[in-house]
Design a protein around this ligand. Structure first.
Ligand code: NDP
Ligand code: ZN
Length: 350
């Protein structure tokens, strides 16, 4: 089968030919119905030591074409939302910690990471009964494909910040991940909700999703702008979804003692992450720094799709570019890499 992936880590992406994946008893083989490229695919291609010939893609709605002999709840022909994180659910790590790290750091994320991803004629999902959810009538394809990564990741930012009624929050970076963080914070009752970005399409949608003020990071240090708009007071929570390590320093500068700095961006700067000395109170300011990979699994997908069904959120507004057919994965990937001004998120229909 044909797939689009990393040919040479840090340097080259392209098309690879591989055998169809072999299924275990609880796995299923899917053909893509729609996929989206992710900024993390771009990181996998150019910023981290990926496996050569690894097929990219981990945001998909797929149609099941084959199931392992122990699969109970799904059959050939079912159309399902696939999360980016599809853990092995039978590990002790699950009892110790987060399912995202079942089997080791990041090992809950298999598609495009430790296994081939969905930018291919076929892709395998492990433990299908535990990891995917049927797309209910009433949830559009464009929304279902965004549930498994953009929505779960952005919402996780709001969860990790424990955002509550009236909290003052700043979301730094409002690409699709940050936009879903904005929407998640609004749903959890944030009061002042600052959103940092510059692309007009993103700024407009951030306001629609609940941002109360837009801040352009090109107009000067973000923390100074936030403090000015917030009457000189520091805020409760900052969520980083763009801007790199510089955003960590800005987040420390804007968050109050006892507040929380959440990172959901892939921080790929190999020089290390910098916690600023003064803004962290010499490390004693009771400011919490927490970062996390998105939650996956079937129940998370079902719950998020319930929110779409009940009209609480419409993630499909983020789709700005549409492509058709497997070959178009390449163009969609380059678009995600190059980030033209009118882009939020591309989709590829099969
Ligand atoms: P985008 O590139 O679309 O968005 C980045 C945002 O950051 C844009 O709003 C951009 O503004 C803004 N930005 C750029 N430079 C700065 C700066 N100096 N200061 C402040 N803001 C800045 O990315 P995505 O939304 O697609 O993804 C965001 C991150 O989340 C990526 O690193 C991705 O890999 C990661 N990710 C993490 C996951 C997880 O599980 N935690 C899952 C999925 C993705 P502008 O409007 O100018 O473009
Ligand atoms: Zn992703």
């Amino acid at each position: 089968m044909k797939g689009f992936g990393v040919i040479k880590p840090f340097e080259q992406v392209g098309w690879v030919q591989k055998e169809k994946p072999v299924l275990g008893p609880c796995d299923a083989l899917l053909e893509p119905v729609a996929i989206c490229p992710c900024t993390s695919d771009v990181h996998t291609a150019y910023d981290i030591p990926a496996t050569p010939n690894r097929i990219l893609g981990h945001e998909a709605v797929g149609r099941i074409v084959e199931v392992g002999r122990e699969v109970k709840d799904f059959k050939v022909g079912d159309v399902v939302a696939v999360p980016a994180v599809t853990p092995k659910w039978r590990t002790l790590d699950i009892q110790d910690s987060y399912h995202q790290h079942s089997g080791g750091l990041f090992k809950g994320m298999q598609l495009s990471s430790s296994e081939d991803g969905c930018m291919a004629e076929y892709f395998k999902v492990n433990d299908i009964d535990m990891n995917v959810a049927k797309v209910p009538d009433g949830v559009p394809l464009e929304a279902a494909v965004l549930v498994g990564d953009m929505m779960t990741t952005g919402f996780h930012g709001a969860e990790l910040g424990n955002v509550g009624f009236g909290d003052s929050v700043c979301v730094i970076g409002i690409g699709p991940v940050g936009l879903m963080a904005v929407a998640g914070c609004a749903l959890r009752g944030a009061g002042k909700l600052y959103a940092v970005g510059s692309r007009p399409v993103c700024c407009e949608l951030a306001q629609e999703y609940g941002a109360t003020e837009i801040i352009d990071y090109k107009n000067g240090p973000i923390a100074e702008q936030v403090l000015k708009l917030n009457g000189g007071r520091q805020i409760d929570v900052a969520i980083i979804a763009g801007g790199g390590t510089g955003s960590i320093e800005e987040a420390y500068n804007m968050v109050r003692p006892g507040g929380t700095i959440v990172n959901i961006e892939v921080q790929s700067d190999t020089n290390g992450l910098v916690i600023p000395t003064y803004a962290s109170g010499f490390g004693l300011a009771h400011k919490t720094f927490v970062g996390g990979l998105c939650p996956g699994g079937r129940r998370r997908m079902e719950r998020l799709m319930d929110m779409i069904l009940e009209g609480r959120i419409n993630p499909s507004k983020m789709i700005t570019h549409k492509f058709y057919g497997l070959d178009a994965c390449e163009d969609a990937f380059y678009l995600m890499r190059d980030k033209p001004k009118d882009l939020i998120k591309p989709i590829v229909y099969f």
